[in-house]
Design a protein around this ligand. Structure first.
Ligand code: AMP
Length: 211
């Protein structure tokens, strides 16, 4: 199974990607997670990427393309993959298509998770990530003081790019760079639109109907 998940930041791609990749036993490839991991390690790649990630800009295509080529090579021996956060613009999508064609691999579906803008701003403002196990949580009025991870006791931190001004910039980048992928994959007959509102489980069920 080869799946691409697209949608605005905060649409719930990461959450759904974990459930679906587990269900189909395929690697979950999140370019955002890979970049954050490199930044935390202080690697050369992380040093190049940090200013883009923290300000909500796209990391240059050359860096992303290199990461993805390595991941595709590794995943050839597995049951497929689930891409989360890649491709992010038309250049990446075209490169991805030609790499897959070259390897004789076809995508099964591109899932576009649709959530309205106000909901996204509200969700991202409440998002916290555990600095140890990387689980993602949403704080609300009742658990505002809940600063330890319920899974492992690690500290819950707010991503720098979930600051409200950076969120607005990320949404602009989404509109200009990423939204055109909807037409690109519609033309290829691969796109499915999924309503991303409501409970996590309901959204998973909506997605699974198409897989
Ligand atoms: P995400 O976790 O998918 O929201 O990504 C967080 C940040 O990582 C983005 O705002 C970009 O700075 C960077 N990033 C992730 N994936 C890509 C990509 N495919 N192309 C360029 N930048 C990316």
């Amino acid at each position: 199974m080869r799946i691409v998940l697209i949608g605005a930041p905060g649409a719930g791609k990461g959450t759904q990607a974990k459930v679906i990749s587990n269900k189909f036993n395929i690697p979950h490839i999140s370019t955002g997670d890979i970049l954050r991991n490199e930044i935390n390690k202080g690697s050369e790649l992380g040093k190049k990427a940090v200013k883009f990630v923290e300000s909500g800009k796209l990391v240059p295509d050359e860096i992303i393309i290199e990461i993805i080529k390595n991941m595709i090579r590794k995943s050839r021996s597995e049951n497929g993959f689930l891409m989360d956060g890649f491709p992010r613009n038309l250049k990446q999508a075209k490169m991805f298509s030609s790499t897959l064609d070259h390897l004789g691999i076809k995508l099964d579906k591109v899932i576009n998770i649709v959530v309205d803008k106000d909901e996204i701003i509200s969700r991202l403002g409440k998002r916290r990530t555990c600095n140890v196990c990387k689980s993602v949580f949403s704080i609300n009025n009742n658990n505002e003081n809940f600063i330890k991870c319920p899974e492992c006791g690690g500290d819950l931190i707010k991503r720098k790019d979930d600051d409200v001004e950076v969120i607005k910039h990320r949404l602009e980048v989404y509109e200009s760079e990423t939204r055109p992928l909807i037409n690109f994959y519609t033309d290829k007959g691969l796109l499915v639109n999924i309503d991303g509102s409501g409970e996590e489980k309901e959204i998973t069920e909506r997605i699974l109907k198409f897989l």
